[in-house]
Design a protein around this ligand. Sequence first.
Ligand code: AVI
Length: 335
Amino acid sequence: MNVHASALAKAHPVDEAISAFAGDVIGDLARHPKRLSPKYFYDARGSELFEQITVLPEYYPTRTELSILRDRGGEIATIIPHGAALVEFGAGATTKVRLLLERCEFGGYVPVDISGDFLNAQADGLRKDFPGLDVYPVAADFTAPFALPEPIAGMAKVGFFPGSTLGNFEPHEASAFLRSARDILGEGAQMVIGVDLEKDERTLYDAYNDAAGVTARFNLNVLERINRELGGNFDLSGFLHRSIYNRDRHRIEMHLISRKAQSVRVLGHTFSFRPGESIHRFTRWRLRTETGRRFRPIPPSHLGARLVTGRSGLAARHDRGRGRNPMVEDAFCAQ
Ligand code: AVI
Protein backbone atom coordinates (compact mmCIF):
# COMPACT_ATOMS: atom_id res chain seq x y z
CA MET A 1 0.00 0.00 0.00
CA ASN A 2 1.29 3.47 -0.82
CA VAL A 3 1.24 6.08 1.92
CA HIS A 4 1.79 9.80 1.53
CA ALA A 5 5.29 11.07 2.36
CA SER A 6 4.07 13.08 5.36
CA ALA A 7 2.63 9.90 6.85
CA LEU A 8 5.97 8.24 6.20
CA ALA A 9 7.77 11.00 8.10
CA LYS A 10 5.47 10.41 11.08
CA ALA A 11 6.28 6.72 10.97
CA HIS A 12 10.01 7.49 11.35
CA PRO A 13 10.38 9.86 14.28
CA VAL A 14 13.71 11.58 14.77
CA ASP A 15 14.70 9.56 17.86
CA GLU A 16 14.27 6.37 15.84
CA ALA A 17 16.74 7.73 13.27
CA ILE A 18 19.20 8.64 16.04
CA SER A 19 18.97 5.22 17.62
CA ALA A 20 19.65 3.58 14.22
CA PHE A 21 22.68 5.87 13.88
CA ALA A 22 23.82 5.00 17.43
CA GLY A 23 23.38 1.26 16.89
CA ASP A 24 25.28 1.28 13.60
CA VAL A 25 28.13 3.45 14.92
CA ILE A 26 28.64 1.32 18.04
CA GLY A 27 28.45 -1.91 16.03
CA ASP A 28 30.77 -0.63 13.30
CA LEU A 29 33.42 0.75 15.67
CA ALA A 30 33.46 -2.57 17.53
CA ARG A 31 34.39 -4.41 14.31
CA HIS A 32 37.87 -5.36 13.17
CA PRO A 33 38.74 -3.43 11.08
CA LYS A 34 36.58 -0.56 12.31
CA ARG A 35 34.27 1.03 9.76
CA LEU A 36 31.56 3.67 9.37
CA SER A 37 28.69 3.50 6.92
CA PRO A 38 28.64 6.11 4.11
CA LYS A 39 25.01 6.98 4.76
CA TYR A 40 25.91 8.82 7.98
CA PHE A 41 28.24 11.27 6.26
CA TYR A 42 25.37 13.30 4.81
CA ASP A 43 24.06 15.44 7.64
CA ALA A 44 23.48 19.10 6.71
CA ARG A 45 27.21 19.95 7.01
CA GLY A 46 28.27 16.74 5.23
CA SER A 47 25.86 17.43 2.36
CA GLU A 48 27.29 20.95 2.01
CA LEU A 49 30.85 19.63 1.99
CA PHE A 50 29.97 16.98 -0.57
CA GLU A 51 28.56 19.69 -2.84
CA GLN A 52 31.93 21.47 -2.52
CA ILE A 53 33.66 18.20 -3.51
CA THR A 54 31.58 17.95 -6.69
CA VAL A 55 33.09 21.17 -8.07
CA LEU A 56 36.71 20.49 -7.09
CA PRO A 57 39.09 20.47 -10.06
CA GLU A 58 40.29 16.96 -9.11
CA TYR A 59 36.81 15.44 -8.70
CA TYR A 60 36.00 14.33 -12.25
CA PRO A 61 32.82 12.22 -11.71
CA THR A 62 30.27 15.04 -11.43
CA ARG A 63 31.66 16.99 -14.37
CA THR A 64 31.85 13.85 -16.49
CA GLU A 65 28.35 12.75 -15.73
CA LEU A 66 26.93 16.23 -16.33
CA SER A 67 28.57 16.27 -19.73
CA ILE A 68 27.09 12.84 -20.55
CA LEU A 69 23.64 14.01 -19.49
CA ARG A 70 24.05 17.22 -21.47
CA ASP A 71 25.24 15.44 -24.62
CA ARG A 72 23.07 12.32 -24.43
CA GLY A 73 20.14 13.47 -22.30
CA GLY A 74 18.00 13.70 -25.43
CA GLU A 75 18.54 9.98 -26.04
CA ILE A 76 17.67 9.13 -22.45
CA ALA A 77 14.49 11.16 -22.88
CA THR A 78 13.42 8.88 -25.75
CA ILE A 79 13.03 5.89 -23.42
CA ILE A 80 11.13 7.77 -20.72
CA PRO A 81 7.35 7.44 -20.97
CA HIS A 82 5.52 10.77 -21.24
CA GLY A 83 4.07 11.78 -17.85
CA ALA A 84 6.17 9.27 -15.87
CA ALA A 85 7.19 9.98 -12.28
CA LEU A 86 10.94 10.34 -11.77
CA VAL A 87 12.23 8.95 -8.46
CA GLU A 88 15.80 9.96 -7.60
CA PHE A 89 17.57 7.82 -5.01
CA GLY A 90 19.88 10.08 -2.93
CA ALA A 91 18.93 13.32 -4.67
CA GLY A 92 21.50 15.63 -3.01
CA ALA A 93 21.80 18.98 -4.77
CA THR A 94 19.54 17.88 -7.67
CA THR A 95 22.02 19.31 -10.20
CA LYS A 96 22.05 16.35 -12.57
CA VAL A 97 18.35 15.74 -12.56
CA ARG A 98 17.74 19.24 -13.89
CA LEU A 99 19.17 18.09 -17.21
CA LEU A 100 16.53 15.36 -17.39
CA LEU A 101 13.75 17.64 -16.15
CA GLU A 102 14.57 20.10 -18.93
CA ARG A 103 14.25 17.42 -21.60
CA CYS A 104 11.40 15.17 -20.46
CA GLU A 105 7.76 15.71 -19.58
CA PHE A 106 7.47 14.21 -16.11
CA GLY A 107 4.20 13.87 -14.22
CA GLY A 108 6.07 14.30 -10.94
CA TYR A 109 9.53 14.27 -9.40
CA VAL A 110 10.28 12.44 -6.15
CA PRO A 111 13.69 13.35 -4.71
CA VAL A 112 14.58 10.89 -1.93
CA ASP A 113 17.33 11.83 0.50
CA ILE A 114 18.33 11.09 4.07
CA SER A 115 19.11 14.75 4.78
CA GLY A 116 15.60 16.21 5.27
CA ASP A 117 16.44 19.94 5.60
CA PHE A 118 18.74 19.90 2.60
CA LEU A 119 16.11 17.97 0.61
CA ASN A 120 13.31 20.46 1.36
CA ALA A 121 15.51 23.40 0.36
CA GLN A 122 16.30 21.64 -2.94
CA ALA A 123 12.61 20.86 -3.54
CA ASP A 124 11.72 24.55 -3.05
CA GLY A 125 14.41 25.57 -5.55
CA LEU A 126 13.07 23.12 -8.14
CA ARG A 127 9.49 24.29 -7.72
CA LYS A 128 10.69 27.82 -8.49
CA ASP A 129 12.74 26.80 -11.52
CA PHE A 130 10.18 24.31 -12.91
CA PRO A 131 6.81 25.88 -12.03
CA GLY A 132 4.81 23.20 -13.88
CA LEU A 133 6.50 20.32 -12.07
CA ASP A 134 4.96 18.58 -9.05
CA VAL A 135 7.74 17.82 -6.56
CA TYR A 136 7.14 15.30 -3.75
CA PRO A 137 10.24 15.09 -1.54
CA VAL A 138 10.64 11.96 0.60
CA ALA A 139 13.07 12.16 3.54
CA ALA A 140 14.22 8.57 3.87
CA ASP A 141 17.19 6.25 3.85
CA PHE A 142 16.97 5.14 0.24
CA THR A 143 18.77 1.86 0.96
CA ALA A 144 15.74 0.66 2.95
CA PRO A 145 12.17 0.21 1.66
CA PHE A 146 10.11 3.41 1.64
CA ALA A 147 6.64 4.31 0.35
CA LEU A 148 6.15 6.43 -2.75
CA PRO A 149 3.86 9.47 -2.45
CA GLU A 150 0.22 8.71 -3.23
CA PRO A 151 -0.19 11.28 -6.08
CA ILE A 152 2.26 9.39 -8.31
CA ALA A 153 0.57 6.02 -7.75
CA GLY A 154 -0.97 5.82 -11.23
CA MET A 155 2.10 7.03 -13.15
CA ALA A 156 4.79 5.01 -14.91
CA LYS A 157 7.98 5.09 -12.79
CA VAL A 158 11.56 5.94 -13.72
CA GLY A 159 14.31 5.59 -11.11
CA PHE A 160 17.42 7.76 -11.31
CA PHE A 161 20.63 6.79 -9.50
CA PRO A 162 23.54 8.86 -10.84
CA GLY A 163 26.97 9.66 -9.38
CA SER A 164 28.22 6.07 -9.29
CA THR A 165 26.89 5.89 -5.74
CA LEU A 166 26.30 2.24 -6.59
CA GLY A 167 30.09 1.94 -6.35
CA ASN A 168 29.99 2.98 -2.68
CA PHE A 169 28.16 -0.25 -1.80
CA GLU A 170 29.75 -3.59 -1.20
CA PRO A 171 28.71 -5.88 -4.07
CA HIS A 172 26.05 -7.69 -1.98
CA GLU A 173 24.68 -4.32 -0.83
CA ALA A 174 24.52 -3.12 -4.45
CA SER A 175 22.44 -6.17 -5.41
CA ALA A 176 20.17 -5.65 -2.39
CA PHE A 177 19.71 -1.97 -3.28
CA LEU A 178 18.80 -2.78 -6.89
CA ARG A 179 16.28 -5.39 -5.72
CA SER A 180 14.77 -2.92 -3.28
CA ALA A 181 14.59 -0.17 -5.94
CA ARG A 182 12.84 -2.60 -8.22
CA ASP A 183 10.28 -3.41 -5.50
CA ILE A 184 9.71 0.27 -4.71
CA LEU A 185 9.28 1.29 -8.35
CA GLY A 186 7.31 -1.76 -9.41
CA GLU A 187 7.18 -3.94 -12.47
CA GLY A 188 7.92 -2.31 -15.82
CA ALA A 189 9.72 0.68 -14.25
CA GLN A 190 12.85 2.07 -15.88
CA MET A 191 16.02 2.82 -13.95
CA VAL A 192 18.81 5.10 -15.18
CA ILE A 193 22.09 4.45 -13.35
CA GLY A 194 25.43 6.27 -13.65
CA VAL A 195 28.47 4.08 -13.09
CA ASP A 196 32.13 5.02 -13.01
CA LEU A 197 34.68 2.87 -14.81
CA GLU A 198 38.27 1.95 -14.15
CA LYS A 199 40.79 4.65 -15.04
CA ASP A 200 44.38 5.62 -14.36
CA GLU A 201 45.42 5.56 -10.73
CA ARG A 202 46.63 9.16 -10.55
CA THR A 203 43.23 10.49 -11.61
CA LEU A 204 41.52 8.29 -9.01
CA TYR A 205 43.98 9.16 -6.24
CA ASP A 206 43.74 12.91 -6.82
CA ALA A 207 39.94 12.85 -6.94
CA TYR A 208 39.82 11.49 -3.36
CA ASN A 209 42.85 13.33 -1.91
CA ASP A 210 42.13 16.86 -3.14
CA ALA A 211 44.70 19.57 -2.56
CA ALA A 212 42.24 21.88 -0.78
CA GLY A 213 41.45 19.20 1.82
CA VAL A 214 37.66 19.28 1.31
CA THR A 215 37.40 15.48 1.15
CA ALA A 216 39.32 15.30 4.43
CA ARG A 217 36.90 17.76 6.06
CA PHE A 218 33.96 15.80 4.65
CA ASN A 219 35.24 12.56 6.14
CA LEU A 220 36.21 14.06 9.51
CA ASN A 221 32.75 15.65 9.75
CA VAL A 222 31.23 12.28 10.62
CA LEU A 223 33.33 12.18 13.81
CA GLU A 224 32.03 15.65 14.66
CA ARG A 225 28.50 14.39 14.01
CA ILE A 226 29.06 11.47 16.39
CA ASN A 227 30.29 13.94 19.04
CA ARG A 228 27.34 16.25 18.54
CA GLU A 229 24.48 13.76 18.17
CA LEU A 230 25.71 10.83 20.23
CA GLY A 231 27.77 12.66 22.85
CA GLY A 232 31.04 11.13 21.59
CA ASN A 233 34.45 12.59 22.47
CA PHE A 234 36.44 12.13 19.26
CA ASP A 235 39.43 14.51 19.13
CA LEU A 236 39.38 15.41 15.42
CA SER A 237 43.02 16.47 15.46
CA GLY A 238 43.87 12.87 16.42
CA PHE A 239 42.71 11.54 13.01
CA LEU A 240 43.97 11.94 9.49
CA HIS A 241 42.12 11.41 6.19
CA ARG A 242 43.76 9.19 3.57
CA SER A 243 42.34 7.64 0.41
CA ILE A 244 44.18 4.82 -1.26
CA TYR A 245 43.63 2.98 -4.50
CA ASN A 246 43.49 -0.77 -3.84
CA ARG A 247 44.76 -2.13 -7.13
CA ASP A 248 43.95 -5.75 -6.37
CA ARG A 249 40.34 -5.02 -5.50
CA HIS A 250 39.86 -2.25 -8.08
CA ARG A 251 38.55 0.21 -5.58
CA ILE A 252 39.24 3.46 -3.78
CA GLU A 253 39.25 3.09 -0.01
CA MET A 254 38.86 6.07 2.27
CA HIS A 255 40.34 5.85 5.73
CA LEU A 256 40.39 7.96 8.88
CA ILE A 257 43.71 7.04 10.47
CA SER A 258 44.45 7.42 14.16
CA ARG A 259 47.59 9.55 14.65
CA LYS A 260 48.26 8.06 18.11
CA ALA A 261 47.14 5.51 20.68
CA GLN A 262 43.84 6.83 21.97
CA SER A 263 40.48 5.85 23.43
CA VAL A 264 37.16 7.33 22.40
CA ARG A 265 33.87 7.07 24.28
CA VAL A 266 30.49 6.98 22.55
CA LEU A 267 27.28 6.40 24.54
CA GLY A 268 29.08 4.60 27.35
CA HIS A 269 31.16 2.40 25.01
CA THR A 270 34.95 2.76 24.84
CA PHE A 271 36.82 2.17 21.58
CA SER A 272 40.62 1.94 21.60
CA PHE A 273 42.73 2.94 18.62
CA ARG A 274 46.34 1.94 17.95
CA PRO A 275 48.60 4.51 16.25
CA GLY A 276 48.01 4.12 12.51
CA GLU A 277 44.78 2.15 12.98
CA SER A 278 42.11 3.15 10.52
CA ILE A 279 38.36 3.57 10.40
CA HIS A 280 37.46 2.38 6.95
CA ARG A 281 35.20 5.11 5.68
CA PHE A 282 34.02 3.56 2.52
CA THR A 283 34.95 2.07 -0.61
CA ARG A 284 34.27 2.98 -4.14
CA TRP A 285 34.29 -0.01 -6.41
CA ARG A 286 35.17 0.42 -10.02
CA LEU A 287 33.77 -1.87 -12.61
CA ARG A 288 36.04 -3.65 -15.00
CA THR A 289 36.04 -6.56 -17.35
CA GLU A 290 37.20 -9.92 -16.09
CA THR A 291 39.34 -10.51 -19.13
CA GLY A 292 43.09 -9.99 -18.91
CA ARG A 293 45.04 -8.24 -16.24
CA ARG A 294 44.84 -4.78 -17.67
CA PHE A 295 42.11 -2.54 -16.45
CA ARG A 296 39.50 -2.08 -19.07
CA PRO A 297 36.06 -0.54 -18.83
CA ILE A 298 33.23 -2.99 -19.14
CA PRO A 299 31.48 -2.55 -22.47
CA PRO A 300 28.15 -1.02 -21.48
CA SER A 301 26.13 -3.96 -22.75
CA HIS A 302 28.09 -6.26 -20.42
CA LEU A 303 27.73 -3.84 -17.55
CA GLY A 304 24.00 -4.41 -17.50
CA ALA A 305 24.51 -8.14 -17.42
CA ARG A 306 26.94 -7.73 -14.55
CA LEU A 307 24.62 -5.59 -12.47
CA VAL A 308 21.71 -7.97 -12.72
CA THR A 309 23.65 -10.87 -11.29
CA GLY A 310 22.33 -11.17 -7.76
CA ARG A 311 18.76 -11.27 -9.05
CA SER A 312 18.09 -7.59 -8.75
CA GLY A 313 15.16 -7.99 -11.12
CA LEU A 314 16.54 -5.33 -13.42
CA ALA A 315 17.41 -6.23 -16.98
CA ALA A 316 19.82 -4.16 -19.05
CA ARG A 317 18.01 -2.16 -21.63
CA HIS A 318 20.21 0.49 -23.20
CA ASP A 319 23.53 2.15 -22.81
CA ARG A 320 22.98 5.87 -22.97
CA GLY A 321 26.40 7.36 -23.13
CA ARG A 322 30.01 7.25 -22.25
CA GLY A 323 32.15 10.19 -21.15
CA ARG A 324 35.76 10.99 -21.97
CA ASN A 325 36.79 10.11 -18.39
CA PRO A 326 35.12 6.73 -18.70
CA MET A 327 31.77 6.61 -16.99
CA VAL A 328 28.45 5.34 -18.30
CA GLU A 329 24.77 6.02 -17.93
CA ASP A 330 22.87 2.79 -18.38
CA ALA A 331 19.13 2.32 -18.51
CA PHE A 332 17.47 -0.76 -17.04
CA CYS A 333 13.97 -2.12 -17.03
CA ALA A 334 12.41 -3.77 -13.95
CA GLN A 335 10.95 -7.21 -14.66
C1 AVI B 1 28.56 9.88 -3.19
N1 AVI B 1 29.70 9.18 -3.78
C2 AVI B 1 29.36 8.73 -5.12
C3 AVI B 1 30.98 9.90 -3.70
C4 AVI B 1 32.13 9.10 -4.38
O1 AVI B 1 32.73 9.63 -5.31
O2 AVI B 1 32.36 7.96 -4.00
C5 AVI B 1 31.35 10.18 -2.27
C6 AVI B 1 32.66 10.89 -2.04
N2 AVI B 1 33.30 10.93 -0.93
C7 AVI B 1 34.40 11.64 -1.05
N3 AVI B 1 34.51 12.04 -2.25
C8 AVI B 1 33.41 11.60 -2.91
